[in-house]
Design a protein around this ligand. Structure first.
Ligand code: FAD
Length: 394
């Protein structure tokens, strides 16, 4: 016993019974636990989640093609269950001045957030992960004594806050307001809707995620929000107001709330990702604006990268260093693209004079990841429409 503790302290090589604590049973924590437990049956992996298994905020999330491939390569059984409920599409629809412009060649899938969580919970439990629901750990003493602590405790991470001077987080609270609803109107594709009224500009990000339901996120700038008196409107009045703004798009359907309230998006970054044997992953480590639909994808990719680093190195300190080394440039790259996209939406008002064709073009190229030729490859018809519009404009 004494010898085992000594060896662990001196070398940190994986002992037969490596003990891992994962804080947070979101996509990041559950997927990491699943991969690690499937490979190392003898590891003791405990996930603590403060909520019940059927609790979730929000509605559906989106994935791109790449994520689906990662999931298949890393764990085919859970990939099969996740993709069985996917709603697929390849179009971005931009609705502006009452006209819809479709841009194809953008393959995405929508899925209910709760469905992902419940599929991962089941696979974790089947694999033998010790998942403890309705358990909140908020004191460092409660996460001591493990070989590895994975802090997957979301955007308001307690672990990150507790060790703030070690992780060096920056939390940039953005000016726009957003609220996340559901709707029984099916939006077949990532639908970006721009509606102006006497108070200002309202933008909806909508997409279907099951056979009957779509996510419907409404975003607005602080001036519009204030002018519409949102501060004083209760939940029901807010929905009534927004249903009127988007009446043509919702086609008679109501907006559905799931404790939906106005929020401000926070861009989270950390100067250091590791403190001793504790590592941040998922939203606890970084966020990327919802307009590029990548938060869940990043959470999965972190889990995979952390698992791979553990496999490659064979000891915890080296694995955590390798995780940060390999993953940081990719995360920074995506956060930079997400930043461009977020700022575009924050300042979208300046582009409302544009014709629908031009607005759609500006939107598709906003993050710098897609240029004219790339867009032509994705959807030659749209580029032809845009070029034709440009010729006639001149
Ligand atoms: C409006 C909006 C729209 C979004 N749209 C998309 C989208 O379209 N596509 C997409 O991919 N992503 C989207 N996201 C982002 C996505 O939801 C997150 O990025 C993703 O869930 C991150 O996973 P995670 O596991 O890191 O964190 P979370 O999913 O937040 O999970 C963290 C878990 O930790 C638990 N927890 C926290 N503290 C403790 C504690 N002390 N003890 C025990 N448990 C604790 C929480 O209850 C929670 O279950 C969106 C987010 C927002 C806000």
């Amino acid at each position: 016993m004494v010898l085992a503790i000594l060896c662990r302290t001196l070398d940190h090589r994986y002992s037969l019974h490596m003990r891992i604590l994962v804080l947070g049973g979101g996509p990041a924590g559950l997927y990491f636990s699943l991969l690690a437990k499937k490979k190392h049956k003898d590891w003791d992996i405990r996930v603590v989640e403060r909520n019940a298994p059927d609790a979730t905020f929000g509605w559906g999330v989106v994935f791109n093609d790449k994520t689906q491939n990662y999931l298949k390569d890393n764990d085919e059984p859970s990939w099969r269950d996740i993709t069985a409920t996917f709603q697929m599409w390849d179009n971005v629809d931009v609705i502006h001045k009452g006209r819809k412009i479709s841009i194809r060649g953008n393959r995405f899938a929508g899925i209910r957030r709760l469905a992902i969580l419940q599929i991962l919970q089941k696979h974790c439990l089947d694999a033998g992960v010790d998942v403890r629901f309705q358990t909140e750990l908020s004191q460092p003493a409660q996460w001591a004594g493990f070989d590895l602590v994975v802090a997957a405790d979301g955007v308001n991470s307690t672990v990150r806050r507790t060790y703030a001077s070690e992780f060096g987080p920056t939390i940039d609270v953005r000016p726009n307001k957003y609220v996340w609803y559901g709707a029984n109107t099916l939006f077949h594709g990532l639908t970006l809707i721009f509606r102006e009224n006497e108070d200002g500009l309202w933008i909806a990000h909508a997409y279907k995620f099951d056979a009957a339901t779509s996510t419907f996120i409404v975003e607005t700038d602080p001036e519009t929000w204030k002018k519409a008196g949102m501060e004083k409107r209760d939940e029901a009045e807010t929905r009534k107001y927004l249903q009127a703004v988007f009446a043509d798009d919702l086609r008679g359907a109501a907006l559905m709330s799931n404790k939906s309230a106005w929020l401000s998006f926070s861009v989270v970054k950390n100067r250091r990702w590791v403190h001793g044997n504790t590592v941040l992953i998922g939203d606890a480590l970084h966020t990327a604006h919802f307009s590029i639909g990548s938060g869940t994808r990043l959470a999965f990719e972190d889990s995979i990268a952390l698992f791979e680093a553990l496999e490659q190195t064979g000891n915890v300190p080296a694995a955590l260093a390798e995780f940060e080394r390999a993953r940081r440039p990719k995360v920074e790259d995506l956060q930079a693209a997400a930043q461009e996209s977020m700022v575009w939406f924050e300042t979208a008002k300046k582009d409302m004079h544009l014709a629908p064709e031009e607005l759609a073009y500006v939107l598709m190229t906003r993050s710098g990841k897609i240029d004219h030729e790339n867009l032509r490859k994705r959807d030659p018809e749209f580029v032809a429409l845009f070029e034709n519009w440009q010729r006639h404009k001149e």
